[in-house]
Design a protein around this ligand. Structure first.
Ligand code: PLP
Length: 392
């Protein structure tokens, strides 16, 4: 007999993947230049030169044994120190290498921390719009996902709705900023208000409610906007990070969870995260990637290409009459469907070979997501179609 839940998860593709694969098929039929694929969040700028150089020099010069061998499960100590030092230099974070645990990206870091916090009847809160994978991550761990409805104007957090979502079973709130899919960065004011509510509710319920800060887009911000260091605002915070987007290394699978000393029960929580990683088959994150990250922890991406796409698309779409909160982070735009549900609008766009993701799985069925990590020329050629779609 086969586990039905796993079968369902494995055989039903996400709607993002569905669209992407449809785009590949259409490209084979009508030509790549005639398909406008805005589905995936796959970085469209190459990894920085320094990263490439680090790869080449590590593989070429250092002992192959040390490059390719197992490391301790949390990672080799020197690369973990580089990551801690970088965060300390930027945020006065007071981190030690022992606070960092390398994982194969942000996804397994999140799964480990969700499982570490899943006790009987546990509830984990996500704030719409949210990354759709949170649902299987939470539900497969045995916890319940509780969704806070979106602030559909600014895509900050509706504090009244958040407070109403908290119960004595709430173990954590997942905070994803810069946000996928809205591209919005939560302001310091928003995070301070959130911290006040969580502090008060933690006292009322007699146990800490943690923030799981899902931050793969931390370095992807525009117009000089601040991405506050959340443990500095709310100590009971765990960071789940990834180099997939910031260093354009999504296929290399490297990230970490960081449990700062200021978090309640930090040592036990770190150990529980390690235990949860163990049962999902983590042995160690790829050794080569740990070494690369150890060398490149301080490297920041050149965001000009993403920024140019963001500005071009935002200005064009709003001039045609589309409504959208201006994104100041990540590489997405979350646009209100001009009429009908976003699913209907996405279907109409698909008929014109424009692939945009309807927002239902993100918790916002009236919005669609456009990934702006795409070729600029393709984006510009798609604009007349977006114009025609709203005028139809
Ligand atoms: N969290 C968010 C909000 C994401 O958008 C993604 C990937 O797109 C992830 C987590 C997972 O990232 P990773 O590739 O590091 O597992």
């Amino acid at each position: 007999m086969i586990n039905q839940k796993m079968h369902e998860l494995g055989s039903k593709r996400s709607c993002i993947r569905d669209l992407f694969e449809y785009g590949l098929k259409r490209a084979a039929m009508v030509g790549r230049e005639n398909v406008f694929d805005f589905s995936l969040g796959n970085p469209s700028i190459p990894a920085p030169e320094d990263v490439k150089d680090a790869f080449l020099s590590i593989v070429g010069k250092e002992s192959p044994l040390s490059v390719h061998s197992y490391t301790p499960a949390p990672g080799a100590i020197d690369p973990r120190k580089s990551v801690a030092d970088d965060l300390n230099a930027r945020y006065h974070a007071g981190l030690r290498p022992e606070n960092i645990y390398f994982t194969c990206g942000a996804a397994p870091a999140l799964i480990a921390m969700i499982r570490a916090l899943t006790v009987e009847n546990a509830e984990i809160v996500a704030i719409a719009p949210f990354f759709p994978e949170y649902r299987p991550f939470v539900e497969s761990s045995g916890a319940k996902l509780v969704v806070v409805p979106a602030d559909e104007e600014a895509f900050q957090i509706r504090m009244d709705a958040l407070e109403a979502a908290l119960t004595s079973h709430t173990q954590a709130v997942i905070v994803n900023s810069p946000n996928n899919p809205s591209g919005v960065v939560y302001t310091r004011e928003t995070l301070t208000a959130l911290a006040a509510i969580l502090t008060r509710k933690s006292e009322e319920f007699g146990h800490p409610i943690y923030i799981l800060a899902d931050e793969p887009y931390r370095e992807l911000v525009y117009d000089g906007v601040e991405v506050p260091y959340i443990p500095g605002i709310y100590p009971n915070t765990v960071i789940c990070y990834s180099y997939s987007k910031s260093l354009s290394l999504p296929g290399e699978r490297i990230g970490y969870f960081c449990v700062p000393d200021c978090a309640a029960d930090s040592a036990a929580l770190y150990a529980a995260g390690a235990g949860a990683a163990r049962i999902i088959g983590h042995v160690c994150a790829p050794s080569l990637q740990q070494l690369v990250v150890g060398r490149c922890a301080g490297i920041r991406p050149d965001l000009d290409a993403y920024d140019r796409n963001r500005t071009t698309l935002y200005e064009a779409l709003t001039s045609y009459g589309y409504q959208c909160a201006k994104p100041n982070g990540a590489f997405y735009m979350f646009v209100r469907s001009p009429r009908g549900t976003a699913q209907e609008f996405s279907d109409r766009a698909k008929a014109k070979d424009v692939l945009i993701v309807p927002g239902g799985d993100f918790g916002c069925p009236d919005f669609f997501r456009i990934s702006t990590c795409v070729d600029h020329d393709m984006l510009v050629r798609s604009l007349p179609i977006f114009k025609a779609l709203i005028e139809e």
